[in-house]
Design a protein around this ligand. Sequence first.
Ligand code: NOJ
Length: 546
Amino acid sequence: MTSTAAPWWRDAVIYQVYIRSFADSNGDGVGDIAGIRSRLPYLKSLGVDALWINPWYKSPMADHGYDVADYREIDPLFGTVAEAEQLIEEAHRLGIRVIPDIVPNHTSDQHAWFQAALAAGPGSPERERYVFRPGRGPDGAEPPNNWLSVFGGPAWTRLPDGEWYLHLFAPEQPDLNWQHREVRAEFESILRFWFSRGVDGFRIDVAHGLVKDPELPDLPPRREPESDGPRQHVDHPHWDRDEVHDIFRAWRKVADEFPGDRTFVAEAWADTPQRLAAYVREDGLHTAFNFDFLMSSWDPKALRAVIDDSLAVLGAVGAPATWVLSNHDVVRHPSRYGRMTVNQWVANEPYRPEGPLDLDLGTRRARAAVLLMLALPGGAYIYQGEELGLPEVEDLPEPVLQDPIWERSGHTDRGRDGCRVPLPWSGPAEPFGFSPDGAAAPWLPQPADWSERSVETQSGDETSMLELYRRALRLRREHPALGDGTLTWLDTPPGVLVFSRAPGFVCAVNLSPEPYRLPEHASVLLSGDPVENGLLAPDDAAWLAM
Ligand code: NOJ
């Protein structure tokens, strides 16, 4: 692909493919690369610029691929390296770029390095690639410090030989030691392996976790988040440490060895927009997920503040903003926005829904939210299924839950399976075209009423979420005001957000309880629901030509 004056990633719309749940070609009930290839025409007609594909590498799947045993192999569940190359080539032919996930914070416990470390024993050079330590207490029976696994329980596991190893996630995901020269060299080599096979970039898993304080000090007591006052960065022994940027400076050099604007997007949960901006610099990463937008409740002041802060802080370092509403780790946004109870959501901590759900309300807001997101300056991410308006599946039976969080939390947190249910493509009954006829059941059961939400049912129905996404993406591509650039807020009554973008474009979002009269001389290009008598209904948004 050729470079253009403004690199493509500054305003790309990137579609997240959660590979296990996208499309299953071989009938084992799990999505795969051939399934993605078969659905490329769908993605083309949806109108996205690129795909981010969750980890496809060889893995025992303790965390659905975020436990990588071999970074240069594709897991047989998903296909082969040759198939990945075919996918990249076919996507490129359609003008769609491909960005796999890379998982540098930890490997699988089945990775050759970790197996060698186990075999070599305490004090060996093999153990230095990970974080092994003796325990505390008279017989070393207590973990080396009080760090906690993101998935619940302590972040340390003890081996029969008495040593402990660190895992910020599941015990099957031992953390690498990024102070080690070989770890750095190995990942640069893995990047080159996949760049040479044509990938257009990487989504970097847990980018903010790679570097730990070498002293491994205990975590300070947890502070309750303050609901008002400016957010503050607090020095943390394993999240978002300054030294992490050295690693990404080296990665940038690797990306720049290859032609065609290869790009990185960081999964980095930072305390403040300023801390997030530190990841995206001319000699660092290109973009980072803007989780502040995703974590914001459906509240005009909160959304406006996130938008202003993001644009100001990222703009100051010359980076484009990114916008994201959902992903494979969070409750799907129609189910978040359809709740009256708004929980305080803290970075690096899960959000779980509480209180009764009004899915019609959540869906209306989701329609408005995507119009807001796609009108903002910068790039945007779409999580597979959000274009179908899929809600969180909150009633998966306990025996089918697979997310390690369910076990690790002692069955107190149901985890993330509810946003990972396989997509409904067509037909009246499970597997709704996700798998071929006669296939094994999908790896998670699909709700019986998902035929109403399938691609087949929604296609051509002008009132559907899918057609709204298609129209919005088409307009966004065609309209000269959309994509990269700036916005100007217009004066509005409380609860209504309206901004203009030159030339001649206005986006209005009504978060107030009253209908909002759209500016005169505006013609509606697109709206969540039909605009009647010039009035924008509560929880609706419209794109206007001025
Ligand atoms: C973030 C990923 O998005 C999530 O799915 C995974 O469990 C953790 N990182 C650990 O790799």
